[in-house]
Ligand binder design. Sequence first.
Ligand code: AKG
Ligand code: FE2
Length: 196
Amino acid sequence: MSAGPLLLNLIDADITYYPGFIDSQKAAVLFDYLKDTTPWQQDDIKVYGKVYPQPRLTALYGSGDKKYSYSNIVMRPKPFTENLGEINSLLEDLTRTRFNTCLLNFYRNGRDSNGWHSDDEKELGQNPVIASISLGQERIFHLRHKKDKSLKHTLLLEHGSLLLMKGKTQHYWQHQVPKTTKPIDERINLTFRVLK
Ligand SMILES: O=C(O)CCC(=O)C(=O)O
Ligand SMILES: [Fe+2]
């Protein structure tokens, strides 16, 4: 038996961690499938006027044709696959939210990362619900409060887990997946979102 949901005790946030949201074997099959069949791309991002290749691979899926822009990248979604649709239904049962977009991140090794940000693009609306599923290598996830710099939290995102962020979380907090010099394995992350 895996542990039950863990509600993080953080001010100005509403974040719950669900270990084993997808059972380990299923999650492993899903990892292999997504790794092999996803049209991964590596975009350039612009940070303070300089252009860099994004330190991970990404892909965007959705049920509509809404464009999604962040860090000067414009992504056009491919239609949800059957697998992603199934996960979406599981998430809908749990969250009572109908997600229409899924951003996939592929972290090839410890040099791949996701820098400090909030998921606060205006297409996501006021208090976005974001459901983030982790497959493969567990990675550290950092949270920091935007105003009170003394408020921080570190979490380990395990294989098969779900991290659900909602309410005012994106307004008050940033998150990142830091690089590590340890030799580590590959990880796939799926973040389901609602694009208005
Ligand atoms: O890989 C993760 O766990 C986080 C992904 C993320 O923050 C994002 O895609 O906005
Ligand atoms: Fe994010």
